[in-house]
Design a protein around this ligand. Sequence first.
Ligand SMILES: C[S@@+](CC[C@H](N)C(=O)[O-])C[C@H]1O[C@@H](n2cnc3c(N)ncnc32)[C@H](O)[C@@H]1O
Length: 475
Amino acid sequence: MATRVSHETPYQATIGQWIWTPPARLDARDVRCLTSRRVLPHNDPMDLDQLAALRTPVGVSALASAAELAGGDPLVASAALRSAGIPGALAASALTQAELRLRAVEKFGPAAAGMFFTRPGLEQATRSVVAGRRARRLRAAGVRTLADLGCGLGADALAAARAGIRVYGVEADPATAALAAANAEAAGLADRFTVVCADAEEFDLAGVDAVFCDPARRAADGRRIFDPAAYSPPWDFVVGLADRVARTVVKVGPGLDHRLIPPGAEAEWVSVDHDLVEATLWCGPLAQVPRRASLLRSKEGPPVIAPGSRRIPYQPSARTRDRDSGGRDGSGAEVDQLTGSGTVEAPVGPVRRYVYDPDGAVVRAHLVAEFAATVGGTLADPTIAYVYADQPVPTRFARCLEVSDVLAFSLKRLRALLRQRGVGRVEILKRGSALDPERLRRNLRLSGAEPATLVLTRVVGAPTVLVCRPVPSTG
Ligand SMILES: C[S@@+](CC[C@H](N)C(=O)[O-])C[C@H]1O[C@@H](n2cnc3c(N)ncnc32)[C@H](O)[C@@H]1O
């Protein structure tokens, strides 16, 4: 019989003062004794001795030295630390942390330098621009107390605490829980973020006014899990949360099947610098619209999407910006949003002079029709999300290319055309085509100096290639 766990139980760990004293070395048996029902997969064991050692004055200085050496040759770095008198085991864990902190800068910015990570924890952590925005939306909706079920290293919980919310982060893996607690302390948020080491399914939700859950979607060997029933906690438990606490928010992978969206919930797809990162389900009174695509930009200026490709030609578009979106949202990220029902179909027509490649968040949110309306666009195939229009309308929601040639797909004809144009470098985009871009690139045997973008697609069912160039006026 499962025991209920609440933030009043001895499993509670406030920062720096674990009420439950964890064993020195953790293994699956220790996890089992804490989580009455499940043993979580862990492929990056971290023992609590290592964390404790890193937090001593010697450990702090080892971390500082390791930070100077991170990113270079690991053998040289390790030898340098040991010759400075740092014991081998401490040197190794300091170097691992320093390397992880370096990698974490992309997600957490300068704050990464003071945080503690495991490799899987970092991979699964929500980047701060996304977590910060979500936390502010929760706070604006009046949330004051939040349970973060499966808080991992605490990226979402820290953002919520920063937004002024009292957070209970529930984490089944003791080492991850300890790192989350250390991260709360490092961020100066220990008074607002309490880590509870327990099974989320056992946690008593009576004392909170909102719940957030970001279930683990990776197997022990690091592979992604696509079957929601295999998530941890499992999908039935996760979607059932909204029946227990109306203000429930669930983070899921961007590949979320629309049939899994609970009735009445808002499903939001989020991209950062045009990289599709997640979907979020907003349940109960938190739902504002059926579907939303949120495009966040973490960097100044338009991002580059592929080596050798030009910058994405995004410009502000008053028509497609929500009134409360755009501009700085307080996290250093600019955000543009498109909303709609997710059920409207875009009109279909011929290939036109300009082709728009919508951001992945727009496509996954099923808001292509809403986007097409903003540029007076049509699809050339009802099932493919390329939008065609007569004008290069400035927009942040899609990349715009000018179509110079439309060919029914034939390798021979394409090769001859590119040769004739002196094209030696191609960027290849595709939707609705089974062709392998790299194989095609090799088979084209390009030799000129000119660049071009090839769009592999279907037009009324027929395999087609569009030869395109960027649109200077929107670049
Ligand atoms: C995707 S990660 C959460 C990442 C977190 N949102 C962040 O941004 O840092 C999911 C976490 O849930 C934990 N977990 C999985 N099943 C759990 C359960 N039944 N109870 C508590 N924690 C669980 C895993 O150990 C993992 O750390």
